[in-house]
Design a protein around this ligand. Structure first.
Ligand code: GDG
Length: 472
C-alpha cells in the first residue's frame, strides 16, 4: 500500500479518540498503513521589532506509525490566510452568506503565500508513490503549488463545506482562479450531490469544461474526476463511548434530572451557519403555540466556542444570549427553565449520553456541508425507545437522512410545528424512522467515506501533470 499523506489546516493525533472529527475518520487508514499528517501548528509567530519574521520551522512528532508535521504561521500570514481569506471570504460565501464576506484584496495573496509555504515545506518530504489527500477550503490551491514544484503524485481534495451555485461563487473576486486550482487535483470530492452539481454547473458555464465519461471534466489542459462522498461517523466508536462509564453516567444524570420532562438537544459550534437564533425563535414559537409544552419541554443548547477572533461570531453570540435570556424570562417558572444554554465545549465522552437522554435533536443549520451531529444523535439512541431528529433541509445530511423530520429553518412556524410533531410522535413511528436512519448511517459510515474516496483516488490519475499554469 502506498503511504498516505494527509494535509489539513489543523493536525490531530489519530491515537486520541477525544480529538473527534477528521482525526477519528482518518485514524484507521493512517494507523494501518503508516502515514504523514501535515498542517498548521495553531501557533502564531509575532513580528520582531524591525517588522521581520523568521522562516517558520517544521515541528515533527511521531504518533505511533503516523508522523505529525506542523508549521507555525507568522501573524501577517495567519491574519490574511486564516482569518481573512479562509474565514472571512470562503466560509461565508460557500455558506451562501455574501453579506458577511469581507473581500479585502490583500487576503488572497496571503492565502496563496501560505499555500505556497505549505507546498515548499511538504514537497521535499514526499515519496514518488505517496498518495496525498488535502482537506478543506483553506488549501484549495495546494495541489497547484505542489505541481509547480514538480510533484506528480496522486492528489485528492475533499471539501468539507458546501459549494454554492455558480452565481454565488462568482461573487468572489478570483473565483475563476480558485476553480482552476481544483483542476490540479486528480480527484475532487464533495459532501453532497447538490454540491457536486454546483461544481459541474460552474465548470461547464464559467470554465467551458468538457464533460467526459466516469465523472471527469476536462479544462485548462487537465482532467479532473469529481464526485460526492458524503462523510459519515464511526458508529462503533459512538457505541463504545455511549457504553463507557462517562457516557452512561451522563445518560443517568440527565434522565434523573429531567425525568418529568422531555429533553430537546442542540450541539453546535457557535457559528452563523448553524441557524441558532432561528432555532431559538422556533422554540419560542413552540412555547407560544402549544402551552402544553410549558413545564414539560426543556432545550439544552450547547454552543461550543469557535473562531472568536472573527467579528461576525461575536454578534451571533450576543444575539443568542439575548434570545435565550428573553425566552427564560418570559416563559420560565421557579422550577422550570425552558432553555439551558452553554457557551462551552462538552467532553466528547459525554455527548452520546446527552444525545441518548434526549427525545428530540434540533439540527437546523441554514447551510451545512454535512452535519455530523445529526448522525451522532441517531447512532446514540436506544433502538427500543429512540428520539426524533428534526433536521434542516439545508444540511448536506438531509440528502441521506430522509426519515428525519425535515424542516426549513427560515420558516419559524413550520419548524415549531415539526418540533411539536417530534415531541408527540408515537413509539412505533419513532422506531421505524430510527431503524431506517440507522441503516443509512451504518452503510455510509466514516470507513465507507475514507475507503470510497481513496479507492476513487487510486483509479483517478489525471492525464497531464506538472503544468505551471496557476497565476493569480
Ligand atoms: C465541518 C462542516 C461537516 C460540537 N460541539 C462539541 C463537539 N462538537 C462536535 C460534534 C461533531 C463536530 O464537533 C461538529 O461537526 P459538524 O459536522 O456538526 O460541523 P462543523 O464543525 O461545522 O464541521 C460540516 C464536517 O466538517 C465534517 O466534514 O459535517 O458540515 O461544517 O462531531 O460532536 N464535540 C465536543 N464538545 C462540544 O461541545 N467534544
Amino acid at each position: 500500500m502506498p503511504r498516505l499523506v494527509v494535509v489539513s489546516n489543523r493536525v490531530a493525533d489519530p491515537r486520541k479518540t477525544a480529538a473527534g472529527g477528521l482525526a477519528v475518520a482518518l485514524a484507521d487508514v493512517l494507523n494501518n498503513n503508516g502515514g504523514l499528517w501535515f498542517g498548521w501548528s495553531g501557533k502564531i509567530i509575532e513580528a520582531a521589532e524591525d517588522g521581520s519574521y523568521p522562516e517558520p520551522k517544521l515541528h515533527a512528532q511521531q504518533a505511533g506509525p503516523v508522523k505529525l508535521l506542523t508549521l507555525d504561521l507568522n501573524r501577517e500570514d495567519h491574519d490574511a490566510y486564516y482569518l481573512g481569506y479562509s474565514n472571512g471570504v470562503l466560509w461565508p460565501v460557500f455558506h451562501y452568506r455574501l453579506d458577511l464576506a469581507d473581500f479585502d484584496a490583500g487576503y488572497i495573496t496571503g492565502y496563496r503565500r501560505v499555500n505556497q509555504l505549505f507546498a515548499r515545506k511538504l514537497a521535499p518530504l514526499l515519496r514518488e508513490d505517496d498518495v496525498i489527500w488535502v482537506h478543506d477550503y483553506h488549501l484549495i490551491p495546494l495541489a497547484a503549488e505542489l505541481r509547480a514544484l514538480g510533484c506528480n503524485q496522486r492528489i485528492g481534495f475533499f471539501l468539507h463545506i458546501p459549494l454554492p451555485p455558480p452565481l454565488i461563487l462568482a461573487a468572489i473576486p478570483g473565483h475563476d482562479w480558485l476553480i482552476r486550482a481544483l483542476f490540479a487535483y486528480d480527484l475532487v470530492g464533495f459532501q453532497s450531490k447538490a454540491d457536486h452539481f454546483h461544481f459541474c454547473n460552474y465548470v461547464q458555464s464559467e470554465a467551458h469544461a468538457q464533460e467526459l465519461p466516469e465523472g471527469r471534466w476536462r479544462a485548462f489542459n487537465r482532467t479532473v474526476h469529481a464526485g460526492a462522498f458524503p462523510i459519515g461517523i464511526d458508529v462503533e466508536e459512538f457505541d463504545a463511548l455511549a457504553r463507557a462509564p462517562e457516557g452512561r453516567e451522563m445518560y443517568e444524570r440527565m434522565r434523573g434530572e429531567y425525568s418529568r420532562r422531555k429533553l430537546l438537544v442542540g450541539v453546535d459550534r457557535l457559528d452563523y451557519s448553524k441557524g441558532l437564533p432561528q432555532r431559538m425563535r422556533a422554540f419560542r414559537e413552540l412555547l407560544t403555540r402549544y402551552p402544553e409544552t410549558h413545564n414539560s419541554a426543556t432545550l439544552i443548547q450547547i454552543a461550543s466556542p469557535s473562531r472568536e477572533d472573527v467579528s461576525a461570531y461575536t454578534e451571533i453570540l450576543h444575539e443568542l444570549e439575548s434570545l435565550c435570556g428573553s425566552i427564560n424570562g418570559n416563559f420560565g417558572e421557579l422550577d422550570w427553565m425552558p432553555v439551558r444554554y452553554m457557551h462551552r465545549t462538552v467532553a466528547r465522552a459525554r455527548l452520546p449520553g446527552l444525545y441518548r437522554a434526549s427525545r428530540v435533536a434540533l439540527v437546523t443549520p441554514l447551510r451545512d456541508g454535512m452535519n455530523l451531529v445529526a448522525k451522532e444523535f441517531v447512532a446514540s439512541q436506544n433502538p427500543n425507545d429512540p428520539g426524533v431528529l428534526v433536521l434542516s433541509r439545508f444540511a448536506g445530511a438531509a440528502e441521506q437522512l430522509r426519515e428525519a423530520l425535515l424542516v426549513n429553518p427560515y420558516d419559524i412556524e413550520g419548524t415549531a410545528n415539526a418540533i411539536h410533531l417530534a415531541l408527540q410522535m408515537p413509539l412505533e413511528e419513532r422506531r421505524e424512522r430510527h431503524q431506517a436512519l440507522m441503516n443509512t448511517i451504518r452503510s455510509f459510515d466514516v470507513h465507507w467515506w475514507c475507503d470510497s474516496f481513496l479507492d476513487s483516488l487510486a483509479k483517478a490519475k489525471a492525464e497531464e501533470t506538472g503544468t505551471p499554469w496557476l497565476r493569480l
